[in-house]
Design a binder for this molecule. Structure first.
Ligand code: ZN
Length: 344
C-alpha cells in the first residue's frame, strides 16, 4: 500500500510499504477514508534529523473496518469508525476512569511500531478500546466534523474541561490553530460568557467569531497581556486554554489568568520547566492538561455534531489525496492552510 513517510525536516514522501496485517487477536485493520495533517506533525517537519528508516505519519483518521482479530467484540467488518490519535485497551483502571491516554497499553499512531494514518490502511491495536463506531455512511456530509473527534475537537474540549470552563465564566484561548478554534467551540458549548481569542490571522479570527469568540486580542507577548488586563478590569479571566506550547504562549496564559483561575494546557510544551511558574504559584492558578483523552470524549461530543449544533469541520480549509500530502505539509507550515484533510 501507499503511506506517508517523513525522512527528515521538510522531507515528506509517499512510499510503497507492506500492507498492514492482523498481528494480535485484538487488532483490527481499517481502510482509511479520511485522515489529516496535524499541527503536531509540523514539529518534526521543522526539526527532524535525516532518517534512513523514516517515520510513518498521521494519527487522526476515520475509516472502514476491513478485518478484525478473533477477540474483537465491539467493531465488525464494514463499520465506519473514528480512530483517535492513541490506542488504548478500554479495560484498565485508567480507561475506566476516563483517561485512556494513560492506558497501561497506550501507544501512539505513527510511533511504537504503529503505522501512520496518512496511508491507505492501518492496523489498530486493541480495536475494542480504541475505535469508536459512528452511525453514518462513509461519505456523509458531516465527515469533516466527525474527523475532528479523532484529535482537535477532543483536544480543545480537554483544555476547556481542565480549565474548568462553565456557565458565566470568562475564558481566553491562546492560539488560533485548529485546536484553539475547537477550544472556542468547546468553551461556548460549556456555557462560557466572554470568550477571548488570542490570535492574529484574519481568516482564523473570522472563523473564531463564528464559533463564539466575543473578543479578539491580536497583540503578542507583553502587549497581549496588557490588552487582556485592560479588557478584564485588570484581573484576567477565570479559564485559559493554552493551545500552542511555546514559551511565550504559556507565559501569556499564566499572566492573563485571574487569581484562583485555571489553565488547561494542550499545546505540546517545548520547555522542560514550566514558563510562568512563579506567577502561577503566587496567584493560586491551577495548571493542568496533557494528551487529551479524546476517545473518552467522543460519546459526549458526537451528538452535537450529528444534530448540527457544532461544526468543527470548518477548520479544514484544504483537502488532498495522498499525492497532495507533501504539499499539504508545506502549506500548513507556511500558514497557507489551517488544517489539511487527506482522502487517500
Ligand atoms: Zn486502558
Amino acid at each position: 500500500m501507499r503511506a506517508t513517510i517523513m525522512r527528515g525536516a521538510g522531507d515528506v514522501r509517499i512510499e510503497k510499504v507492506p500492507d498492514p496485517t492482523i498481528i494480535e487477536s485484538t487488532n483490527a485493520l481499517i481502510r482509511v477514508t479520511r485522515a489529516c495533517v496535524c499541527g503536531s506533525d509540523l514539529w518534526p517537519y521543522r526539526s527532524m534529523q535525516p532518517s534512513e528508516r523514516g517515520q510513518p505519519m498521521g494519527h487522526e483518521a476515520i475509516g472502514v473496518v476491513e478485518a478484525v482479530g478473533a477477540d474483537v467484540r465491539t467493531v465488525k467488518r464494514g463499520d465506519i469508525v473514528v480512530m483517535p490519535f492513541a490506542s488504548s485497551d478500554g479495560t484498565c483502571n485508567f480507561c475506566h476512569e476516563g483517561l485512556p491516554t494513560a492506558c497501561i497499553h497506550l501507544s501512539f499512531f505513527g510511533n511504537q511500531g504503529n503505522e501512520g494514518a496518512q496511508a491507505e490502511a492501518i492496523r489498530i491495536p486493541y480495536a475494542d478500546g480504541t475505535l469508536f463506531p459512528i452511525p453514518v455512511g462513509k461519505d456523509d456530509a458531516l465527515m469533516p466534523s466527525l474527523l475532528t473527534l479523532a484529535d482537535v475537537l477532543g483536544t480543545g474540549h480537554h483544555a476547556a474541561v481542565v480549565a474548568k470552563v462553565g456557565p458565566g465564566k470568562d475564558v481566553a484561548v491562546v492560539g488560533d490553530g485548529a485546536v484553539g478554534l475547537c477550544g472556542v467551540i468547546a468553551a461556548k458549548r460549556l456555557g462560557a460568557e466572554r470568550i477571548f481569542l488570542l490570535g492574529r490571522h484574519p481568516d482564523r479570527i473570522a472563523l473564531a467569531r463564528e464559533f463564539g469568540a466575543t473578543d479578539i486580542v491580536s497583540e503578542r507577548g507583553p502587549e497581549a497581556i496588557e490588552r487582556m488586563r485592560q479588557l478584564t478590569g485588570g484581573h484576567g479571566v477565570h479559564a485559559v486554554l493554552e493551545c500552542v506550547g511555546l514559551t511565550q504562549a504559556m507565559k501569556t496564559a499564566v499572566e492573563i489568568t485571574r487569581a484562583g483561575g485555571a489553565i488547561g494546557r494542550v499545546g505540546v510544551p517545548q520547555d522542560a520547566a514550566m514558563p510562568g511558574s512563579q506567577t502561577a504559584f503566587y496567584h493560586n492558578v491551577t495548571v493542568g492538561g496533557g494528551p487529551a483523552p479524546v476517545r473518552a470524549y467522543i460519546r459526549e461530543l458526537l451528538p452535537d455534531i450529528l444534530e448540527g449544533r457544532i461544526q468543527p469541520g470548518r477548520v479544514f480549509d484544504r483537502s488532498v489525496d495522498l499525492d497532495g500530502v507533501p504539499g499539504g505539509y508545506r502549506d500548513m507550515n507556511d500558514r497557507k492552510a489551517l488544517k489539511v484533510m487527506v482522502r487517500p
